[in-house]
Write a protein that binds this ligand. Structure first.
Ligand code: HEC
Length: 214
């Protein structure tokens, strides 16, 4: 079969297409058919609620106007809006959401990403990203405080002078201490990323790396 041109085209074109279809579609569908996709509400946990309540205290009036009370339902709404802003603003052009099992990435970002982390509404479609102009964001939760994020979104260069990240003044009604609905939603979304892990392995691993003397 491989002696003829038609045979090569057949194996290369149709054969590998079928192989890819089986390995990338059929196998995952069978593997995950018993695992229902989680909703945004189900992805709200105590780590992200802690940050949502913190936002409601730090930016009392803007928060009340944007989301009212810091309830779990409102937190889920904020996460949905945060995700759609992440897509709409094109953050994924510069930030991935996938810690890869290569190049010792876990030393910088924490646990290597696993498929179960993507089995939820807020990862549909997934935001793996292909470019990393900025750091991976999948373990962003708890890494910076909300006030850091507010200052950073308002004017990244005021924190990292050489940063090429654009400014997002439309996340605010005037100054960085007045985030609007979009700003609060985006900060909640940032704090959610990785919050589903029992602890923040980033810090634990960093401690162990330090104690090993690296
Ligand atoms: C043109 C590329 C670019 C775009 C678009 C971009 N960023 Fe960034 N981002 C960067 C770079 C570079 C850094 C690292 C320097 C810095 O902290 O500003 C960064 C840093 C960050 C950090 C801090 C990460 C850390 O661990 O310290 C967060 C959070 C972040 N970006 C979120 C976002 C969000 C959300 C958006 C969309 C609203 C966005 N970025 C859009 C390039 C970009």
């Amino acid at each position: 079969m491989l002696e003829s041109r038609a045979g090569v085209i057949f194996v290369g074109g149709i054969g590998f297409f079928l192989f890819a279809f089986v390995s990338n579609v059929v196998v995952p569908v069978l593997m995950y058919k018993d695992q229902p996709e989680k909703t945004a509400e189900e992805m709200v946990n105590s780590n992200v609620m802690y940050q949502f309540v913190e936002l409601s205290k730090r930016y009392e009036e803007p928060f009340r106007q944007a989301f009212g009370e810091p309830t779990e339902e409102n937190c889920a709404q904020a996460l949905r809006l945060g995700r759609s802003l992440f897509v709409g603003e094109g953050c994924f052009h510069c930030h991935s959401q996938f810690v890869r099992p290569v190049s010792n990435e876990s030393m910088r970002y924490g646990k290597v990403s696993s498929s179960d982390e993507y089995q939820n509404e807020l990862q549909r479609p997934v935001l793996f990203g292909t470019r990393r102009v900025g750091p991976d964001l999948s373990r962003q939760g708890g890494r910076h405080g909300n006030d850091w994020h507010a200052a950073h979104f308002y004017h990244p260069q005021s924190i990292v002078p050489e940063s090429v990240m654009p400014q997002y003044p439309w996340f605010f009604d005037g100054s960085p201490d007045k985030p609007n609905r979009r700003g609060i939603a985006m900060m909640t979304y940032m704090q959610w990323l990785g919050s589903w892990l029992d602890s923040y392995p980033y810090y634990e691993e960093l401690d162990s790396i330090k104690s090993e003397g690296f």
